[in-house]
Design a protein around this ligand. Structure first.
Ligand code: PEP
Ligand code: MN
Length: 345
């Protein structure tokens, strides 16, 4: 027994030393991150991370299981970046607590169409305890001849309906005029998939939201890699706002040549993003699948894979919806999803 106790004391000392070293390592990596930020370099450096892991695996070959090295190092690297890729909870109190609820649900129509439409949908959502209302006032349409949204008036209307139901507005801005003139009407600013690469706009948004740290929901471009997606988030973070919510919404692959899916749901990317970031990860099954019948099961899969939240297009009369009716679910269907969440989370 004395022998075991002595050995345990040695182990305790080693554990303490490991923690001390981790703290030391974090201080150094914080210094590196702050230099990188000054020099506008990316915080997440995939090549460097791989180099670190591979070189250690080589150095200790035969002495320790290489998978263990990889696992431990991934955790350490995650910890190093954790202060950078993290929501800062000085967002307005109430919204903060809504986003802390796991998982959180953002629902509403693709487009704001009319006061009756929005009142009806918001009423249903409110009855189901949903606090985050989505709706587009400025629609980035492929054709300039398609309906472009109810614009300023639509957004103002949405804000007043949301306030009536004690809900928050999640809406897309597509240009800096909207960002300046309509800022107070959005509680969470959505950046659409098509604008993920609009670096100038991302910087403007980061600067504009730096003071109040209004959350920015950044949608992944359907043509982007995970690395590019994270770097776009860094544009906003580096401009002053750490409150970026990452939204996966499906990507384009060969599947779109003849598949029923509008996009390929990038579900497993939830796992990969989780390796790198503490930022909230939201999944959008509506745009990922493009068909209402696939929305709920895909949403459930996203939650199983660890998504923090969902954004789901919901419409009172999907067949009559001006945009994205095919992929919009009815409030009844959304209740199925809510039941699933209530039972499982
Ligand atoms: C939307 O959410 O309304 C939208 C246009 O999505 P995306 O930018 O992902 O296409
Ligand atoms: Mn849509």
């Amino acid at each position: 027994m004395v022998e075991i106790n002595n050995l345990r004391l040695d182990v305790n000392d080693i554990d303490k030393e490991i923690i001390r070293l981790l703290i030391k390592r974090k201080t150094i990596s914080d210094a590196i991150i702050s230099i990188k930020k000054k020099q506008c370099l990316s915080v997440y450096d995939k090549t460097r991370e791989l180099e670190i892991i591979t070189s250690l695996k080589n150095q200790f070959e035969g002495e320790i299981n290489p998978h263990l090295i990889e696992k431990v190092l991934r955790e350490i690297l995650f910890y190093s970046k954790s202060d950078f890729y993290k929501l800062d909870s000085i967002i307005t109190g109430d919204l903060d607590s809504v986003l802390e609820k796991m998982p959180f649900l953002i629902a509403g129509p693709c487009t704001i169409e009319s006061e009756t439409q929005l009142r009806d949908i918001a009423g249903h959502l409110n009855q189901n305890g949903i606090r985050l209302l989505r709706g587009g006032a400025f629609k980035p349409r492929t054709s300039p001849y398609s309906f472009q949204g109810l614009e300023d008036e639509g957004l103002k209307m949405m804000k007043s309906i949301a306030e009536m139901y004690n809900m928050f507005v999640v809406t897309e801005f597509t240009d800096s005029r909207q960002l300046e003139e309509l800022y107070e009407f959005a509680d969470i600013i959505q950046i659409g998939s098509r604008n993920m690469f609009s670096y100038g706009f991302l910087k403007q948004i980061g600067k504009k939201t730096a003071l109040d740290r209004k959350p920015v929901l950044l949608k992944r471009s359907f043509n982007s890699t995970i690395n590019e997606f994270l770097l776009s988030a860094e544009y906003i973070i580096n401009a002053g706002n750490p409150n970026v919510i990452l939204c996966l919404r499906g990507i384009r692959t060969f599947e779109q040549i003849d598949s029923m899916m509008r996009n390929t749901p990038d579900l497993a990317s939830i796992l990969e993003l989780r390796e790198h970031t503490d930022l909230k990860i939201v999944f959008d099954p509506s745009h990922a699948c493009g068909d209402a019948k696939f929305v709920v099961p895909t949403a459930e899969a996203a939650l199983k894979l660890g998504a923090d939240g969902l954004i789901v297009e919901t419409h009172n009369a999907p067949h009559d919806a001006i945009t994205d009716g095919k992929q919009s679910i009815e409030p009844r269907e959304l209740e199925r999803l809510i039941n699933y969440i209530n039972i499982n989370y």
